[in-house]
Design a protein around this ligand. Structure first.
Ligand code: NAD
Ligand code: ZN
Length: 246
């Protein structure tokens, strides 16, 4: 199977000391978690852009919570695939601090596969948090969509994810930038690389001269600037790459 990789890529992978990996919704597609911009993204006729917003939640928290519970059920039924497992194994075999995963996914599949250094840029779907200052968090599975008031205060529990139009946690973004600045290779897997600031990370790696390897069956806006583009799915491509790292 390693013949599927070009020789100069194999050589490049053998030299990697500090790897950063950026993953997006396409990483989880083969686990059965649909991407938003595809046929499986709709729910009761609504597009995610109509549901994953602060405004939608203010207008109808029950509807937004029912959508999140539906997504959570799909995530819980999903299993990490060969790509998730290869990344977790690589983290263990490479030794401490040599592999950093930066994910836009909220599904927790990297951690379920065994990865430990994971920066969740967009939060976690299995967690709820209070919108008031009390700071309570709770398992999302325990929230009643019809009554999502916080049991500790007058606030409301919301999914602990970043919605369209919201800013990301600056500390997590800072840690992601640091990881990309320290890496000598960046893999970009299953993301259309359109949404900032995640989209800026490949640019940052490229500007520093670190090779960028893109794994995506479809070309993206990043493709022309990637050092190597593998037109493979995440479950096919990531294990091939991981096998060539020492
Ligand atoms: P996106 O814009 O990053 O697009 C998905 C990308 O994955 C596309 O470029 C597509 O070509 C690629 N892709 C599809 N199948 C693939 C496969 N098998 N292997 C590799 N690549 C594949 O993502 P989106 O769906 O528009 O979602 C936007 C945001 O919404 C995400 O960044 C995330 O925060 C959230 N979201 C999360 C999940 C999740 O947690 N699993 C799922 C959907 C959306
Ligand atoms: Zn509260």
């Amino acid at each position: 199977m390693s013949d599927a990789l070009p020789g100069d890529l194999v050589e490049l992978l053998g030299r990697v000391r500090n790897l950063a990996v950026l993953t997006g919704a396409g990483m989880s597609a083969e686990s059965g978690v649909p991407v938003f911009r595809g046929p499986g993204g709709l729910w009761e006729g609504h597009r995610p852009e109509e549901l994953a917003t602060p405004r939608a939640f203010a207008e109808d928290p029950e509807r937004v919570w029912r959508w999140y519970r539906w997504r959570l059920e799909r995530v819980e039924a999903a299993r990490p695939h060969a790509g998730h497992l290869a990344l977790a194994r690589l983290e263990t075999s490479a030794g401490p601090d040599r592999v950093t995963l930066i994910t836009q996914n909220v599904d927790g599949l990297h951690q379920r596969a065994g990865s430990r250094r994971v920066l969740e840029l967009h939060g976690a779907i299995h967690r709820a948090r209070c919108t008031a200052r009390c700071g309570r968090t709770a398992p999302a599975s325990e929230v009643d969509p019809a009554d999502s008031r916080c049991p500790d205060c007058s606030g409301r529990l919301r999914p602990d994810v970043v919605w369209f139009g919201e800013t990301l946690d600056p500390e997590r973004v800072g840690a992601a930038v640091e990881a990309v600045e320290a890496c000598d290779c960046l893999w970009v897997v299953g993301t259309s690389a359109l949404v900032h600031p995640a989209a800026a990370l490949p640019e940052l790696a490229a500007a520093r001269g670190a090779p960028v390897v893109e794994v995506n069956p479809e070309p993206t806006p990043l493709s022309p600037r990637a050092t190597v583009r593998l037109p493979l799915s995440a479950a096919e491509g990531v294990p091939l790459l991981a096998d060539r790292c020492r």
